[in-house]
Design a protein around this ligand. Structure first.
Ligand SMILES: [Zn+2]
Length: 343
């Protein structure tokens, strides 16, 4: 299947790696693709030459297929060298999933933001039943129908099934840290909204940005309100985070987690901001008449969402509603135990 391209961006790297393969995009910087079992299809991870070994950015989801892809990469790319350090951009399973497995296999040190470490702990240590009931009642207040699936999601069992566990040797990465990887300095730019404490890495000398899921060339990243933080305004955090990336040069080579490596960072940020502004206006207009978030979701996505997509779509619908409520353009009222939105 032909990979989707954004015609407004430039793709200076001609080759795109197949799943389980690597393409060297610049001396010592490897673009690796790994399989992902959702609609997303793949994730890009980055292997950076680091003295006598490598630093790896992101790891792939925990599955037999991804482990098999890694075995090919160890044989064909890493060979007699080793991975000394693993940096995870954020807690989502396609990024964090094999961190434990790879750390065990290579003895690498694990690096992540404080928020990533906390979120992983939260999702893997969920045993508090009262906590679960409170969060379930959040979904009930929003009239969610497919409640069993949401319960599995809240229990963390869906997450635990696609991650390999917690790495032991943990190092915290902070905003604006400078990481020396091989002969280059990579600056940490922390963004929020898609995931808390999402690490982007910028190398001025190479003029390259490893953007994780903050900036993607053809799809927009999920921005969700979660049941344990129901009053948060992640869409505000996500859009505000772009202010930190707008200062990078227009010709920065962007290395995204999904899709092709591209040039056109400023153009892509503009498109993403416009997309969310359009969605916000759409939500505002629909809410001229009272709607629950569940009633609003199919109108916003224009298709029936199922499984994990319904959880993500619902979270994103709420992110737009919370944004408008924080702006005081919409009001949320509790009527007979159910939330409705109107202006
Ligand atoms: Zn993500």
């Amino acid at each position: 299947m032909q990979e989707k391209i954004n015609p407004n961006l430039r793709h200076p790297i001609e080759a795109t790696p197949e799943s389980g393969e690597a393409v060297e995009i610049q001396k010592g910087v490897y673009w690796i693709r790994l399989p992902v079992p959702f609609e997303l299809n793949h994730i890009n991870v980055w292997l950076l030459e680091d003295n006598d070994g490598y630093t790896l950015v992101d790891t792939g989801i925990s599955s037999n297929k991804t482990c098999a892809a890694w075995e090919r990469i160890f044989k064909d790319v890493i060979k007699e060298k080793s991975i000394n350090r693993i940096i995870v951009t954020h807690f989502h399973p396609d990024h964090f999933g094999l961190a434990h497995w790879l750390c065990e296999r290579t003895n690498a040190d694990y690096f992540a933001s404080k928020e990533t470490i906390e979120r992983v702990n939260f999702l893997l240590d969920m045993e508090d039943k009262n906590h679960l009931e409170t969060r379930m009642s959040f979904y009930q207040q929003h009239e969610i129908v497919d409640i069993e699936f949401f319960e599995d999601f809240l229990k963390g069992s869906l997450y635990a099934a696609v991650v390999s566990g917690k790495p032991v040797n943990t190092n915290v990465v902070n905003d604006d840290d400078s990481l020396k990887i091989g002969e280059y300095e990579w600056q940490v730019i922390m963004t929020y909204g898609h995931a808390p404490g999402h690490i982007n890495l910028y190398c001025k000398e190479l003029n390259m940005l490893i953007s994780g899921d903050q900036v993607l060339p053809t799809i927009t990243s999920n921005v969700s309100v979660h049941a344990d933080q129901p009053e948060e305004n992640p869409l505000h955090d996500y859009l505000a985070s772009f202010l930190k990336l707008k200062f990078l040069p227009a010709d920065t080579l962007v290395l995204p987690s999904h899709g092709k490596v591209f040039e056109g960072l400023h153009q892509r940020i503009k498109e993403i901001v416009e997309h969310h502004n359009e969605k916000l206006e759409e939500v505002f207009l629909i809410c001229e008449q009272a709607h629950s978030a569940s009633e609003l979701m199919p109108k916003l996505f224009r298709r029936k969402l199922e499984g994990i997509n319904s959880v993500l779509g619902f979270g994103e619908t709420l992110a737009h509603l919370n944004y408008l409520c924080h702006q005081k353009r919409l009001q949320r009222n509790l009527q007979e135990g159910k939330y409705i939105y109107q202006h």
